[in-house]
Design a protein around this ligand. Structure first.
Ligand code: NI
Length: 239
């Protein structure tokens, strides 16, 4: 080994050794994506934590993608480790009721109870309190919006669905999702559908190659400054 090379190597090693220390001294949390400046989309997963949430979280982590999980309280109770991981890995947790009843069939008190039990179990398990409500089936009425207002929650639906629950077919889920994907879209999916989780690496890679930042719903809708009880987007049919 030449003397010059050894000297160079020493210098490189010194730089490598120093870099992490100086970086950590000045480290700041990464800036939040500004969806008024870049192309964003929000993938949302309902009814979980589902059985396949672990594999889904692995994929999201691998591609540095964020998602939003509208959780059912009953499954947060039965699968707490997944809910904790979702929160720890930077995903957003939303309230999707405790046992998935149709809110428009319930009295106001029962709606409040479904929302409150779910807020409580998510807070208890993850330390995070949901800031968004997605009522089961996307259905809301006046008692629902009043209850959402009481808990300080805007109601967030979706711009398009993957139809994963209907097709349960990996190729069909990928095709449908990529067809309906658009800037500032909110896509409805489910982490209890195995084929959705199987299709996710390919979906995420394709969306990122099209220039999308995969962000949480709160990051996506920040510009709209939604108030508790607001419904966004205004639904235009079943997907
Ligand atoms: Ni649901």
């Amino acid at each position: 080994m030449s003397r010059h090379f050894t000297a160079l190597l020493t210098l490189v090693c010194a730089a490598v050794t120093l870099a992490p220390a100086s970086a950590s001294a000045t480290a700041k949390p990464p800036a939040e994506v500004d969806c008024t400046q870049v192309k964003c989309i929000a993938l949302t997963f309902d009814d979980g934590p589902g059985k396949y949430a672990g594999a889904l979280l692995d994929t999201l982590k691998k591609y540095d993608a964020k998602a939003t999980f509208f959780l059912e309280g009953q499954y947060v109770k039965s699968r707490p480790a997944f809910a904790k991981r979702m929160a720890q890995e930077g995903h957003e947790l939303g309230n999707h009721s405790y046992k998935h009843p149709n809110f428009t069939d319930l009295e106001a008190g029962a709606i409040r109870s479904e929302i409150k039990k779910t807020q409580d179990i998510i807070k208890q398990v993850t330390g995070v309190e949901p800031k968004l409500l997605r009522p089961p089936y996307g259905l809301s009425d006046v008692p629902t919006t009043e209850a959402a207002t009481e808990f300080g929650l805007p109601i967030v639906l979706w711009t398009a669905g993957s139809r994963d629950w209907a097709t349960k077919n990996e190729a069909a889920i990928k095709k449908q999702t990529l067809e309906v994907a658009k800037q500032d879209g909110i896509i409805l999916m489910h982490d209890w559908v195995k084929q959705t989780v199987d299709a996710m690496p390919s979906i995420v890679k394709t969306l990122q190659s099209r220039g999308y930042h995969l962000v949480t719903v709160s990051t996506l809708i920040k510009q709209h400054n939604l108030q508790p009880g607001d419904v966004f987007p205004v639904p235009d049919g079943w997907t």
